[in-house]
Write a protein that binds this ligand. Structure first.
Ligand code: NAG
Ligand code: NAG
Ligand code: NAG
Ligand code: NAG
Ligand code: NAG
Length: 366
C-alpha cells in the first residue's frame, strides 16, 4: 500500500519538467516588444484611418473595406490588415493608430501618419480633396515629438533612446505616378520632366523629409519601393497590352526604385548611426502577380470586391465581395489583400532578399 513512492517521484519529476517547459514557453511567447514603437508614413497602402478625418473622395470607411479586419471598418484600404499592421504584430506592438484620431492622447507604441491619395509632391492627389502629403506627415510627427511624446519620458536621454530604437516605416511615391505623372490632363509633370529627372525630383524631396526625421532622432528606417503599378487593375484594365500588366508604368517606377536604392545606401553611409532599409516589394509583388500559384493565390488580375469601374477603382459600398479574398492578390482596383500584405511583411521581417541590407528582425537588434 505504501510502496508507491517511485511512482510519485516519477510523477513529480514529470510535473517539474512540464512546469519548466511551460515557463520557457511563457517566456518565449511574451518577450516584450522588439522595438519601442512603430511610426508609419505613406499613402493609402499604409493609411489606417487618417483620411476618415479629411474632406476627400479617397476614403475606405465603409464595407466591404475591413470585411476581414478584427476592428471592422477603420479606413484601411483593404479587407484586413495592411503591411504596417503585420509589422506591428511581428514586433509585438499594437497597430499604430491614425494620428488624426489620436491627437489628444499620443500613443507611446507608435502613430500612423499615412494618408490615401497623397504622395511626395504637395499637389499629388489634390484633385480628390485634402490629404496629408509627406511634408504634412513629417510636420505632424515633429509636432508630436516636440510637444507631446517627451512628456511620457523621465529624461531627454530616455526619449532619444526611444526614438533611436523605434522603427520608421514608409510607403510613398505610388501616387506621384498614379495621381500625378500619369494624369497629363490634370498635372503638367510628364510634360516638364522625363522619367529619370522626375524620379530624381521625387528622391530629392523624399531624402529631405527622411533627413528631417533623422535630425529629430530617428535612426531605423524601412522604405518600401513603389509597387508594380502597371499591374493594378485600375491601370492594367484600361490600357491595351499583351500581358497581365502594362509594362509602361512599371518601367516608369523602376527609375524611382533604382534611385531609391542608391539614395538609401548613401544616406546610411553619410548619416551617423542610421540604417535605411530598402523594402523590395516591387519584384516580390510582380512575381506573385505573374506566378500566383506559387504564393497560394488563384487570381492576380481581378479585384475581390465589386468596383466602380468594371474591375477598377475603389469598392462600391456595401456589395458582398468575392468569397475567397485570401486567394486574390488585389482587394480593389489598387490595393492588396490581407494575404498579400502578410506575405510581403513576413518576408521583409525575415529575409534579406526582400528587406536589405538587413531584415527588420536584424534591424531591431542593431
Ligand atoms: C505646372 O503646374 C504647376 C501648378 O500645378 C505650376 O506651378 C507650374 O508653373 C507648371 N509648370 C509648367 C512648366 O507649366
Ligand atoms: C549622397 O548624400 C550626400 C549627403 O546627403 C549628398 O550630398 C549626395 O548628393 C548624395 N549622393 C547621391 C548619389 O545620392
Ligand atoms: C468589363 O470589362 C471586360 C473586359 O475586362 C469586358 O469584356 C466587358 O464588356 C466590360 N463590361 C462593361 C460593362 O464595360
Ligand atoms: C472575410 O469575411 C467574410 C465575411 O465575414 C467571410 O465570408 C470570408 O470568408 C472572410 N475571408 C477571409 C479570407 O477570411
Ligand atoms: C521568421 O522565420 C522563423 C524561422 O524560420 C519563423 O519561425 C517565423 O515565423 C518567421 N517570422 C515571420 C514574421 O515570418
Amino acid at each position: 500500500m505504501r510502496d508507491h513512492s517511485p511512482m510519485v517521484s516519477t510523477f513529480s519529476a514529470f510535473l517539474l519538467v512540464v512546469i519548466r517547459l511551460q515557463t520557457r514557453v511563457a517566456c518565449s511567447s511574451s518577450p516584450g516588444p522588439l522595438a519601442p514603437a512603430l511610426f508609419v508614413f505613406g499613402d493609402s497602402t499604409f493609411d489606417s484611418g487618417n483620411n476618415n478625418r479629411l474632406p476627400t473622395l479617397a476614403k475606405a470607411n465603409y464595407l466591404p473595406y475591413g470585411d476581414n479586419f478584427s476592428g471592422g471598418v477603420t479606413g484601411r484600404f483593404t479587407n484586413g490588415r495592411n503591411i504596417p499592421d503585420f509589422l506591428a504584430e511581428f514586433l509585438g506592438l499594437p497597430y499604430a493608430p491614425p494620428y488624426l484620431s489620436f491627437r489628444t492622447s499620443v500613443v507611446i507604441t507608435g502613430l500612423n501618419f499615412a494618408s490615401g491619395a497623397c504622395g511626395i509632391l504637395p499637389d499629388t492627389g489634390d484633385y480628390l480633396g485634402k490629404c496629408l502629403n509627406l511634408d504634412d506627415q513629417v510636420r505632424l510627427f515633429e509636432s508630436a515629438a516636440r510637444n507631446d511624446l517627451p512628456r511620457l519620458f523621465k529624461s531627454s536621454d530616455e526619449f532619444s533612446s526611444y526614438l533611436a530604437k523605434s522603427i520608421f516605416a514608409f510607403s510613398i511615391g505610388n501616387n506621384d505616378y498614379i495621381n500625378n505623372y500619369l494624369i497629363p490632363t490634370l498635372y503638367n509633370t510628364s510634360k516638364t520632366y522625363e522619367p529619370w529627372p522626375f524620379a530624381k525630383l521625387l528622391g530629392a524631396a523624399l531624402s529631405r523629409h527622411l533627413e528631417r526625421l533623422y535630425n529629430m532622432g530617428a535612426r531605423k528606417f524601412v522604405v518600401f519601393q513603389i509597387g508594380p503599378i502597371g499591374c493594378i487593375p485600375t491601370i492594367a484594365k484600361k490600357s491595351k497590352h499583351d500581358g497581365v500588366c502594362d509594362e509602361g508604368p512599371n518601367l516608369l517606377v523602376s527609375y524611382f526604385n533604382q534611385m531609391l536604392q542608391l539614395m538609401l545606401e548613401n544616406m546610411t553611409s553619410s548619416l551617423t548611426r542610421s540604417m535605411f532599409v530598402l523594402g523590395r516589394a516591387n519584384p516580390l509583388g510582380y512575381d506573385a502577380i505573374i506566378n500566383p500559384s506559387i504564393y497560394g493565390l488563384t487570381d492576380s488580375r481581378n479585384p475581390c470586391c465589386t468596383t466602380w469601374g468594371n474591375g477598377s477603382f475603389s469598392c462600391v459600398p456595401f456589395l458582398t465581395p468575392c468569397r475567397d479574398a485570401d486567394k486574390h492578390f488585389f482587394w480593389d482596383g489598387y490595393h492588396l489583400t490581407d494575404t498579400v500584405s502578410s506575405i510581403i511583411a513576413s518576408r521583409c521581417f525575415n529575409d534579406t532578399i526582400v528587406c536589405s541590407p538587413v531584415s527588420i528582425q536584424d534591424l531591431v537588434q542593431i
